[in-house]
Design a protein around this ligand. Sequence first.
Ligand code: PPE
Length: 298
Amino acid sequence: MKKSEKIWMDGEFVNWNEAKVHVLTHALHYGSSVFEGIRCYNTIKGPAVFRLDEHVKRLFDSCKIYRMELNYTEKEIKEAILDTIRENRLKSCYIRPLVFRGYGEMGVNPLNNPLHVMIAVWEWGRYLGEEALEKGIKVKTSSWSRMAPNTYPFLAKAGGNYLNSQLAKIEAVLDGYDEAVMLDTDGYVAEGSGENIFVIKDDVIYTPPTYNAILKGITRDFVIKIARKMGYTVREERIPREMLYIADELFFVGTAAEITPIKEIDHYKIRENKITRKIQDKFFEVINRCDPEYMTKV
Ligand code: PPE
């Protein structure tokens, strides 16, 4: 990864190389962390953050689910994020706020361990490869299912959830694919290891509903809104696996992945991407012209 200069740790800026934790940090042993992934873009009005309010709200929701009581308000965290971008003098970057249980006691019970917050920013290009946005990617259905209801809460963006994602991603990469599509425990389409998925069939746009073992993605929400504004029918409904194979178009969305077309799934070719392109263009148009409905200036 590309290093920046400073990381915000519990209210102070520390040098990138000195932003360290103890090896007995609770989160290292038990996955007790929640985080966000946000992007700042260089727009015609200067650097601006895409859907900052929504991301910070989701971070606080994740904390609530895991009973992590922050000593900061949402407003303070938003300010800290903007300050961290300014401090590093970056025009566009990826933003990673992380809340984690620290060093103190050992054992599963996390309630007596200190809670820490850090915010890192760095330049991060194309998540799924240089040409992913233009040419599309190859994916496979994972042999691993997304977590079942009442196991790990999927509405929390928690560090531990990404063990499940890692298994799927590792399998996909070792098998020669760019990314995995995961099903829920009933066999319905859920999401990618780090993206939400959309399916287009006969000009109707489908995406799995929030109860289908998915992270309630902020890019997903944006795509649903703008696609409807563009006149498309968007349906949040359960998607059987084979629907992916007969789709006209398929694409992934997420902060890191942005809008990435899928050109092949399980060796079935997906030949079109007309509507995907239109949505992708709209996404970058909203960002580049710094639409105040979605963008917060740094
Ligand atoms: N599902 C998962 C499992 C997921 O991790 C992400 C984001 C999404 C859907 C899309 O959510 P949103 O970013 O709100 O549109 N994944 C983040 C982390 C990726 C990583 O490798 O780290 C991201 O895109 O920032």
